[in-house]
Design a protein around this ligand. Structure first.
Ligand code: PHE
Length: 366
C-alpha cells in the first residue's frame, strides 16, 4: 500500500516538473502505457481473491485516475503556455509605417498586357490562351501553311527532336495565331478573343529576342468585313496610345492565314528628335511605322478550325506586345526586357497598385 502511495507521489511530482509535451508523454507511457506500472498493477487484480481485490482495487484505480488527471492537466498547461509564447512572438504592429520603397514593380510587358486586356474587354473580347509547346498542325498546317509552304521557312522555328504520340512534329510556337485555331475549335462561332502570350523564334539582336510576346485578336461572326477590322484597330490604338490623332495606313500584304492580308502602319511625328506616334505619316517631318499584321481570316483556316466559311467569316490581327511597350514607354533595346536587371525594372516598372482602367486612363505612370 505504502509502495503504491510512494510511486504515485513520485509520478505526480515528475509530471508536475515535466516541461515539454514529449516528457509528459514519456511519463504517461511509463505509468499508463501497456507496459506501464499502473497498468501492470491493474492486471494483477484478476489473479486476486475477491477479498484481496476489494481491498486493493480502489487504491490502484484511484492512483490511475490521479495520474491520468495530472497528465491531462499538465499537457493542457504546456499547450496554453506554448500558445501564449506564439501569440507574444507573432504580434503584428499594424501602426508601423509601410517600407519606404515597395520591393517589386510590374514589368512593362505585364503592364501592357493588362492595358490591352482592359481595352479589348471593353470591346467585348475575352482572353484566350494556348500552349507554348505547340504541334506543327496548329502552328502551321491549320493556318494554311502546308508542310512544304515557303512561309514556314520564314519563321526560324525551334523544333523539338521528338514527335508527339500522334506523330506530330513539336515546336515552340512561332506566333500566337495557333490560338485562333484552338479557340474556334473549342468555342465555335461567333467568337471574339484576344490571345496574349510568349512566342519563340531563333533570332537575336537589339530588336529581336528568341522569346518575345504577341497578342492575337480574332473576331468571327456573320457579315464581318474589313471595315470592322479597321475600326477595331483604330479604336484599340487610340485607347492604347491615349491619343485621338492616331492615323492608320493599311497596306496590302500577304499572310497564308488571311485573305486579303493587311499590314498596318501608324503615322509618327518628330518631337525633339524622338519619333512620337500620332498624326498623318505623309505630312512633312512625319513618317509611317509598320506596327502589325492583320487581315480577313482565310476561308481555308475557318474550315481547318471546323467551321463553315459560307456562314462564318471574320478578321484576325497579331501585334508584338514588347514593341507596343517600347513605343509607348520609350525603351529602345528589347534585350533589356529579359535581362532581369533591377535598375531597369525600377526605372521602367509600374506600381502594382496602379491598375489600368479605361475610366482612369490605361496608361499608368511609372
Ligand atoms: N501571326 C502573324 C505574325 O506572327 C501576325 C498575324 C496575325 C497576321 C493574324 C495576320 C493575322 O507575323
Amino acid at each position: 500500500m505504502n509502495e503504491l502511495q510512494t510511486r504515485k507521489e513520485q509520478a505526480l511530482a515528475a509530471i508536475d516538473a515535466a516541461d515539454t509535451a514529449d516528457a509528459v508523454e514519456a511519463l504517461r507511457v511509463e505509468a499508463l502505457g501497456k507496459q506501464g506500472w499502473i497498468s501492470q498493477l491493474l492486471k494483477t487484480l484478476g489473479a486476486m481473491t475477491p477479498e484481496e481485490r476489494q481491498e486493493r482495487a480502489p487504491a490502484i484505480q484511484a492512483a490511475r485516475g490521479e495520474v491520468a488527471d495530472a497528465i491531462a492537466a499538465r499537457k493542457q498547461a504546456l499547450e496554453a503556455a506554448a500558445l501564449e509564447r506564439r501569440l507574444a512572438s507573432e504580434t503584428l504592429d499594424l501602426t508601423l509605417p509601410a517600407p519606404d520603397t515597395p520591393a517589386g514593380s510590374v514589368h512593362p510587358v505585364s503592364q501592357v498586357m493588362d492595358e490591352l486586356a482592359e481595352i479589348f474587354a471593353d470591346l467585348g473580347f475575352s482572353v484566350a490562351t494556348g500552349p507554348e509547346i505547340e504541334d506543327d498542325w496548329h502552328n502551321f498546317t491549320a493556318l494554311n501553311m502546308a508542310e512544304t509552304h515557303p512561309a514556314r521557312a520564314m519563321h526560324d522555328t525551334f523544333y523539338f527532336p521528338d514527335r508527339d504520340a500522334a506523330g506530330n512534329r513539336m515546336l515552340l510556337r512561332t506566333h500566337t495565331s495557333p490560338v485562333q485555331i484552338r479557340s474556334m475549335k473549342e468555342e465555335g462561332a461567333p467568337i471574339r478573343i484576344i490571345a496574349p502570350g510568349r512566342v519563340y523564334r531563333s533570332d537575336s539582336d537589339a530588336t529581336h529576342t528568341p522569346m518575345f510576346h504577341q497578342i492575337e485578336g480574332l473576331v468571327i461572326d456573320r457579315d464581318i468585313h474589313l471595315g470592322h477590322l479597321k475600326w477595331t484597330l483604330e479604336t484599340f490604338l487610340k485607347a492604347f496610345f491615349e491619343r485621338d490623332d492616331i492615323v492608320l495606313r493599311l497596306r496590302p500584304s500577304y499572310f497564308p492565314f488571311t485573305e486579303p492580308s493587311v499590314e498596318v502602319d501608324v503615322g509618327w511625328q518628330d518631337v525633339k528628335g524622338r519619333r512620337v506616334l500620332g498624326g498623318d505619316g505623309d505630312a512633312p517631318g512625319h513618317g509611317w511605322m509598320e506596327l502589325l499584321g492583320s487581315g480577313m481570316v482565310n476561308a481555308r483556316v475557318i474550315e481547318f478550325a471546323g467551321l463553315d466559311p459560307a456562314e462564318w467569316q471574320g478578321f484576325a490581327f497579331g501585334v508584338g506586345v514588347d514593341r507596343l511597350a517600347m513605343l509607348k514607354y520609350g525603351m529602345d533595346d528589347l534585350r533589356a526586357f529579359f535581362d532581369g536587371d533591377r535598375r531597369w525594372l525600377a526605372h521602367y516598372g509600374f506600381s502594382p497598385f496602379d491598375q489600368p482602367t479605361l475610366s482612369g486612363g490605361v496608361g499608368a505612370r511609372a
